[in-house]
Design a protein around this ligand. Structure first.
Ligand SMILES: C[C@H](N)C(=O)N[C@@H](CCC(=O)O)C(=O)O
Ligand SMILES: [Mg+2]
Length: 361
C-alpha cells in the first residue's frame, strides 16, 4: 500500500460555550484536516488546530507546511515503511509540530488499517475505555461554579479548572468550586503559564493549607521558565504537570532530569504526532513519571488519535481529551465514542473514522 495523495481542507465547528484560558479565548474549532489516500483507495485521516499562542502555527502555516514541505517527500512511500516515513516527516522541517501531527496520525490510521486492527491494538494496547476530564473555562467565580456543577450533572468526575488570570481571584475560584462540587470530584488546575513562580508557590500553598485537594497543577509558569518550574515543583506538595514546557522527547528528558515537574502532559500537537509521543512515553516509563494525554481545541479526528495512544500506553494514567465534548456538533462518522466522561474505543481498523464531510464524503 503506497501513499498516493495527501489533501488538506478546513473544518469549522462551533463550541458549546467560548473556551477561555489565560492565553486565549476561542469560539469555534477551526482546524485543518488531512486525508491521505493510498494507491488501493484506502484513506487515513488527520487534523491540526492552529494554536498560534502555543505551537506558533496558523491555519495558513499548517497548510503550507503539509502541502509544500511534508507531502512531497512522502508521496509514493510504502505505508509498511512506517519508520522511514516518520524519519522523512520529522526531517522535512523544524517545529511545525501540529502540521506534522496531522500527517503522522493519518499515516498511523492507514498503517493500522493495513494491519486490519484498531490503532490502539496495533500499538500494543488493550484498554477498551478511558476516562476524560472536562475543562471549565476561566470566568467569574459564580459562572465557573455553575459550569462545574453542570459538568458533574453530565457525569464528569474530573474537572480541569482554567486559572492563571489573577492570583487572589484564582484562589477564590478554586476554593468555591471545591466547596460546590464536594470532595469526591477530582480537580486539575491549569494556569496556562499565567503565574510567576513566587505567585504559584504562594497560591498553591494557600490552597493546600486550606485543605483543598488538587489532583495536579498544570503549567504554573512560562513555558521556558525551567528554573521557575523547578522551584514550584520543589516547594509544594501538589503534583506539578509540565504542559507547554514539554514538546519533544528531548524536552521530556530535560524536565524529568531537572526534576522540574512531577508529571508530563503529552499532546500530539506538541510532539508532532504519535511517533515522537511514543518516545516521550518510553522516557517517562524509564523514570516512572506518569503522563497525561491532552489535546488542543481539536475535533474528533485528532482527539481519536490521542485516545488510541492513551488506550495503548499504561504510563498514560490521565486523559484531558474533552475536545469533542466542547464541540456543539460531531460532523464525522465512526471512531471512538465520546460519551461524556467515557471514551469507548472503536473495534474497526485504524482510527475508525470513515466519513469526513469537508472532503465531500
Ligand atoms: C482542550 C483541553 N482541555 C485544554 O485545555 N488544552 C490546552 C489548551 C489548548 C488551547 O488553547 O487550545 C491546555 O493548556 O491544556
Ligand atoms: Mg495545559
Amino acid at each position: 500500500m503506497k501513499i498516493a495523495k495527501i489533501e488538506t481542507a478546513e473544518v469549522n465547528i462551533p463550541l458549546v460555550t467560548p473556551f477561555k484560558t489565560a492565553l486565549r479565548t476561542v469560539e469555534t474549532v477551526n482546524d485543518i484536516v488531512v486525508r491521505i489516500t493510498a494507491d488501493d483507495g484506502q484513506t487515513g485521516y488527520g487534523e491540526a488546530p492552529p494554536t498560534a499562542v502555543i505551537t506558533g502555527e496558523t491555519k495558513g502555516s499548517v497548510r503550507c507546511a503539509i502541502e509544500e514541505f511534508i507531502a512531497p517527500g512522502l508521496i509514493g512511500m510504502e505505508i509498511e515503511n512506517l519508520d522511514g516515513i516518520m524519519r522523512i516527516l520529522h526531517k522535512s522541517m523544524v517545529k511545525n509540530t501540529s502540521a506534522k501531527a496531522a500527517v503522522d496520525m493519518a499515516v498511523y490510521d492507514l498503517f493500522a488499517k493495513s494491519c486490519g486492527k484498531p490503532l490502539y491494538k496495533v500499538l500494543g494496547g488493550c484498554k477498551g475505555e478511558i476516562e476524560t476530564d472536562l475543562t471549565i473555562s476561566v470566568n467569574g467565580t459564580e459562572e465557573m461554579v455553575r459550569d462545574s456543577l453542570r459538568a458533574i450533572q453530565q457525569g464528569f468526575r474530573i474537572l480541569k479548572i482554567k486559572v492563571g488570570k489573577e492570583g487572589q481571584k484564582d484562589v477564590e475560584r478554586i476554593k468555591s468550586i471545591r466547596q460546590a462540587v464536594g470532595p469526591d470530584i477530582k480537580l486539575r488546575i491549569d494556569a496556562n503559564q499565567g503565574w510567576t513562580a513566587k505567585d504559584a508557590v504562594r497560591i498553591i500553598r494557600k490552597l493546600e493549607d486550606m485543605g483543598i485537594d488538587m489532583d495536579l497543577v498544570e503549567q504554573p509558569v512560562n513555558a521556558h521558565d525551567f528554573e521557575g518550574m523547578k522551584l514550584v515543583t520543589s516547594q509544594v506538595q501538589t503534583p506539578i504537570l509540565a504542559d507547554e514546557s514539554v514538546f519533544s522527547a528531548m524536552d521530556a528528558i530535560h524536565i524529568i532530569k531537572e526534576r522540574a515537574a512531577d508529571l508530563i502532559n503529552i499532546k500530539l500537537m506538541k510532539t508532532g504526532g504519535i511517533y515522537e509521543a511514543l518516545k516521550v512515553c518510553a522516557i517517562a516509563e524509564c523514570y516512572e513519571v506518569e503522563c497525561m494525554i491532552g489535546c488542543m481545541l481539536e475535533s474528533k479526528i485528532a482527539v481519536s488519535a490521542a485516545a488510541h495512544l492513551a488506550a495503548a500506553k499504561g504510563i498514560i494514567t490521565r486523559a484531558d481529551l474533552d475536545g469533542p465534548s466542547l464541540c456543539r456538533e460531531d460532523p464525522y462518522a465512526g471512531g471512538p465514542s465520546f460519551l461524556g466522561h467515557r471514551i469507548i474505543m472503536n473495534t474497526e481498523p485504524g482510527l475508525g473514522i470513515f466519513k469526513v464531510p469537508v472532503f465531500g464524503e
